[in-house]
Design a protein around this ligand. Structure first.
Ligand code: BES
Ligand code: ZN
Length: 641
């Protein structure tokens, strides 16, 4: 009897606690809704003119005609807005670049729109021009009628000759970091998250795909009129579109690849492990929250290796090596579905939160799918290239929390956020142990899902959830050095690859003359081993030794883009003329900036090289993406020619 009473009392108490708890959660939620715009963490974003503190865009609805003859998008962007209680007279300020604004209208119900005034401010070279739209008191949405410029920095319009099929036009967008504003008037700051929808009209024989739901339905009814929905709030730099003669091939239950018909076999073969990668990542970091994961393989002028557009990674065709050796790029872009797309850098200063985490995750995925030795090889290549790059880099750019004042955020695209960021996280893993650290990372993703955060927010979370909870180990961690100081801390992890140690011995023996070129044991080597071998040779190897290697291993004619790039860099440095026709072929067919920029920069170091560079660039320039063009223009002082 006594026991029973006690039990009832306990149940009663539990019940009371539950009611009290539910009530407080309910209150908290109501509070968050009504004061969301006020209490939200605001970070100062020097790369946006927008005023999300006063007026915040929540949804973007696009209606576009894709006009290939004029190389423009024409249509409307209808923005659903929320005004802060203390900013009732504030206008809506949007970012734009090279947009032609026809008119702006406002609506209080999303149905009836009336024209409202706008001013387009002076254009800044880096930021573009602010578009200020006057809002009536009760405005809920704003419709901007506009068209893009043929030179929009975020779009590339390809002639049929620049595609694999050679018959039909192609266009694609690349919004990161601040190019979304060149094809949509919006609040172009990664701390502003929006859902979006789109209607896109194209020539009937082309398919449009976007970083959203709808791709498979549209593919089944190809009629030049396509619809899309992104139902999760994302930053503007993840809005993406491509239009071309695209075919789809399924790779797994929620994975697939889109590319031109001429590339589909090759792409499907190369990307066959994609579903396995998604499974491995879920096991490590929790559910994949975006539904499908598809990959779009673009024509070779795509300026990046990959871009993590949600639900639809954009990828360069230069990863199609024929042996799946370059698929760590897929691991990387997939990892962004957690680090970057789910938890997003609030400003471009915090870019390392996106890329450092993603590079760390990428290597964990590679380890899970391909084994630890492969991870260590790639980590070693990463650390070595970081050290090489930092050796000639201004100290201010060696800092994770980089200062980008007065600069284009694209200048923050160096090895530092990627490799130093990844080393920092690996250092935390090694210090606290894998189990604790993995739990921490999972908790980080869960607690910040669909939020944009600053470096300070991260440091705070790190301190509260890992550092103070483990004071013994924490003594060894200097967050200050890792995040706010240049260079690498002395105790930075040093990845170790046994395979690479053997490669280094062979490189040394070849260099010293102990081993002849045709006696080097290549087994055959993987791509990573070839890269490490070539990088382990002296820079001034000399033409004679280059020729020996070339005869033994046919390096000039390698199809693997990474090996070809490495060899061509060496060919320029050593004036190995045999490789020059291949160099020209490479630079006139591939527009990936990571390859193109260093090759031109190396050529530009000598007068004869500069002549060669100018001759090649004259042929290649029109085929490059605006982003790649801008980089090479600067190297060759192109405007002054
Ligand atoms: N998000 C980046 C690409 C990017 C960064 C574009 C900044 C514009 C501005 C993407 O995830 C990336 O890092 N791509 C790498 C490949 C990766 C395997 C390191 C690239 O394109 O080289
Ligand atoms: Zn990345």
């Amino acid at each position: 009897m006594k026991i029973k009473l006690k039990n009832i009392t306990i149940l009663f108490l539990i019940g009371l606690t539950f009611i009290a708890y539910s009530a407080s959660v309910g209150n908290a939620q109501r509070l968050t809704d009504s004061t969301r715009i006020m209490t939200q963490n605001f970070a100062e974003d020097i790369h946006s003119y927008s005023n999300p503190k006063e007026v915040r865009v929540r949804h973007v609805d696009l209606d576009w005609m894709v006009l290939f003859d004029k190389k423009i998008l024409q249509g409307t962007a209808t923005l659903t807005v929320e005004r802060a209680a203390n900013a009732q007279n504030a206008p809506l300020i949007l970012d734009t670049r090279d947009l032609r604004i026809e008119k702006t209208e406002a609506s209080s119900d999303g149905k009836i729109f009336t024209q409202t005034e706008f001013q387009l401010g002076a254009a800044d070279k880096i930021l573009g021009a602010p578009l200020t739209v006057q809002l009536p008191a009760n405005a809920k949405s704003v419709r901007v009628s506009y068209s893009t410029s043929p030179a929009a920095s975020g779009l590339q319009w390809l002639e049929p000759s620049q595609t694999a099929g050679k018959k039909r036009s192609f266009m694609f967008s690349q919004a990161q970091a601040i190019h979304a504003r060149s094809f949509i008037p919006l609040q172009d700051s990664p701390q502003v998250r929006v859902t979006y929808s789109a209607r896109v009209r194209t020539p009937k024989n082309l398919l449009a795909v976007m970083s959203a739901e709808g791709n498979s339905q549209n593919n089944n009814a190809r009629n030049g009129d396509y619809r899309f929905h992104m139902t999760k709030p994302i930053p503007s730099y993840l809005i993406a579109i491509a239009v071309g003669d695209l075919q789809f091939r399924s790779l797994g239950k929620r994975t697939g690849v889109y590319t031109e018909p001429a590339m589909i076999e090759k792409a499907a073969f190369e990307l066959a492990d994609t579903e396995k990668m998604v499974e491995a990542t879920e096991k490590l970091y929790g559910a994949y929250r975006w539904g499908r994961y598809d990959i779009l393989v673009l024509p070779p002028s795509f300026p990046f290796g990959g871009m993590e557009n949600p639900m639809l990674t954009f990828a360069t065709p230069t990863i199609l090596a024929g042996d799946k050796s370059l698929v760590s790029l897929v691991a990387h872009e997939l990892a962004h579905s957690w680090s970057g797309n789910l938890v997003t850098n609030a400003t471009w200063r915090d870019f390392w939160l996106n890329e450092g985490f993603t590079t760390y995750l990428e290597r964990r995925i590679i380890e899970a799918v391909y084994g630890q030795p492969r991870r260590e090889m790639e980590a070693t290549l990463g650390r070595n290239s970081l050290e090489e790059e930092m050796a000639s880099m201004a100290t201010r750019d060696q800092i994770l929390h980089v200062d980008l004042k007065g600069r284009d955020p694209d200048e923050g695209f160096t090895g530092v956020p990627y490799e130093k960021g990844a080393l920092f996280l690996r250092y935390l893993e090694e210090t606290f142990g894998r189990e604790k650290f993995d739990n921490f990372v999972r908790g980080y993703f869960d607690s910040h899902a669909f939020q944009s955060i600053t470096t300070a927010n991260f440091v705070d979370y790190l301190n509260r959830n890992l550092i103070t909870a483990n004071p013994q180990m924490a003594k060894r961690v200097s967050i200050e050095d890792w995040i706010y100081q240049p260079g690498l801390p002395a105790n930075a992890p040093q990845p170790a690859s046994e395979v690479f140690v053997k490669i280094e011995v062979q490189a040394k023996n070849y260099t010293s003359g102990k081993t002849a070129a045709n006696k080097i044991q290549t087994r055959p080597w993987t791509t990573q081993e070839w890269l490490h071998f070539l990088k382990s040779l002296p820079q001034d190897l000399g033409v004679k030794r280059m020729a020996e290697l070339d005869r033994a291993f046919n390096l000039t004619n390698r199809g693997n883009s990474e090996i070809a790039f490495q060899w061509l860099m060496m060919s320029i440095k050593n004036n190995y003329a045999v490789a020059y026709p291949r160099l020209e072929e490479f630079l006139t067919t591939i527009g990936r900036r990571k390859f193109v920029r260093p090759l031109f920069a190396e050529l530009a170091k000598t007068p004869e090289g500069t002549k060669r560079a100018v001759a090649i660039y004259t042929k290649a320039r029109s085929g490059y993406h605006p982003i790649t063009q801008a980089s090479v223009d600067e190297i060759l002082k192109w405007k002054n020619q």
